[in-house]
Ligand binder design. Structure first.
Ligand code: ARG
Length: 453
């Protein structure tokens, strides 16, 4: 394309090194979409005749058809998706030589990538919404199921499993907002920024923006060809999303161990061992956790790429796509497999509660009972703490203590204390806004359904 200025052909080794076709070919449809917008604008503004514009558009559609039918094989000697399509167009329709009027690959590649990313993010948005629905369904299934809640990986207080699922709903709902933010930050059209400074030709950037469904053209042509913030916004979304999945997976992996053993994963979502016949391994969860680093790494990859770049376009920017595809593909696969898996997770409530009853996870409930009897909380905390120490020394659980034993340690204890000392009562009585009480969880489910709609 640039042989006018050069005396020698590009060396083969340089062609191999500089081409990006293997990476950017997947955007061919978006490249054509951008070119069609561009050529319609050229026709409308009189830079081409309407007839020329229509012929070029027809040619572009033919290229697209050839690609779909597997009849056109692009060549790395033409460097990238953009030059391959333009070159094929010009073979089919010689007027194709007019297509690149008032355009550079710098605004073209930014346009194409935004279009591609927009399409993928719209799909991800639907898929992520399905995940949110799955979590609400799980919450509904498990409102009345009680599990131990942990802090520091130590039993803390009993909670509703429904409440647990809703905690992830909050996290993934924030991810959905970050996804929307990424969609928002790509929503301006780079086309017409040219190589960096715009064009002397009277193009209509509003029109191309409108044809492609962007809210407006970008405001500064220099920034336009240098900017990859919309990719960073996606990468940040994807990194936080994967971090959420990774933490969720750690919970499920842990609770699925023989030692905890209170959740059951469907066989279909587990794999066996080639040697040990008894094994049923949570590989989907481990792989999800294991992929998180790649996605976070891709965020850092792009940040490192950008940090030293001067205004405006630099060829370094061609390296922005490998990580983008990697993170797009990984997050999409993870969202889909995790949505499918989560709806199939079962809880063994007997085992979950069996773990609880031996512990002292109702200690706070006793302290709060004493608060209601007028004991200052610090005093109550001390009394109950001493009682727990005594129980541990004597190998006794709370529910093995008689009322007189309670009274020996806690004079304010009454019959009504014994009635609240069960995991179910403990959960039920936590009835403040946002808490784990069954009524609260049901309200949270209703609210969540409304928000999702
Ligand atoms: N393949 C290039 C990329 O992906 C297209 C832009 C090339 N521009 C240039 N000035 N060499 O970034």
């Amino acid at each position: 394309m640039w042989h006018g200025r050069f005396k020698q052909d590009t060396a083969k080794i340089v062609q191999d090194f500089t081409q990006s076709l293997d990476i950017d070919w997947r955007m061919y449809e978006c490249d054509i979409q951008g070119s069609i917008a561009h050529v319609r604008m050229l026709g409308k503004t009189g830079l081409l005749t309407l007839e020329e514009s229509e012929k070029i558009e027809t040619g572009l559609n033919k290229v697209l058809q050839e690609i779909h039918e597997g009849k056109f094989t692009p060549s790395e000697s033409l460097e990238d998706v953009h030059m391959n399509i333009e070159s094929r167009l010009t073979q089919i329709e010689p007027l194709g030589a007019k297509l690149h009027t008032a355009r550079s690959r710098n605004d073209q590649v930014a346009t194409t990538t935004r279009l591609y990313l927009r399409e993928r993010l719209r799909t991800l948005r639907v898929e992520l919404s399905e995940l949110l629905k799955a979590l609400i369904d799980n919450a509904e299934r498990h409102v009345n199921v009680i599990i131990p809640g942990y802090t520091h990986m130590q039993q803390a207080q009993p909670i509703s499993m429904g409440h647990y699922w809703l905690s992830w709903l909050e996290a993934f709902n924030r991810d959905l907002k970050r996804l929307d933010n990424a969609l928002d930050s790509l929503n301006e059209s780079p086309l017409g920024a040219g190589a960096l400074a715009g064009s002397t030709l009277p193009i209509d950037r509003e029109l191309t923006a409108k044809i492609m469904g962007f809210s407006s053209p970008t405001r500064n042509s220099l920034d336009t060809v240098a900017n990859r913030d919309y990719m960073l916004d996606f990468h940040y979304f994807a990194s936080v999303l994967m971090t959420h999945f990774s933490r969720l997976c750690t919970d499920l992996i842990t609770w699925n161990t023989q030692e905890f053993a209170f959740i059951i994963l469907p066989d279909e979502f587990c794999t066996g061992s080639s040697m040990m016949p008894q094994k049923k391994n949570p590989d989907v969860l481990e792989l999800t956790r294991g992929k998180t680093g790649q996605v976070v790494g891709n965020l850092f990859d792009l940040l490192m790429n950008l940090k030293g770049l001067p205004m405006t376009y630099n060829r370094d920017l061609q390296e922005d796509k490998r990580g983008l595809w990697s993170s797009l593909d990984t997050t999409e696969r993870v969202i889909n497999v995790m949505s499918a898996l989560l709806t199939r997770v079962e809880v063994d409530e007997v085992k979950a509660i069996a773990g609880l009853e031996k512990g002292y996870s109702l200690a706070t409930d006793v302290a709060e009972y004493l608060v209601m009897k007028g004991v200052p909380f610090r005093e109550a905390h001390l009394q109950v703490g001493k009682l727990v120490g005594w129980c541990i020394e004597n190998n006794l659980a709370f529910d093995e203590l008689t009322l007189s034993q309670w009274r020996e340690h806690i004079p304010e204890a009454d019959e009504d204390l014994l009635r609240i000392l069960s995991p179910r009562e403990s959960v039920r009585r936590r009835n403040v806004f946002g808490a784990t009480g069954f009524e609260q969880v049901k309200r949270q489910i209703n609210d969540a359904r409304k928000i999702l709609q």
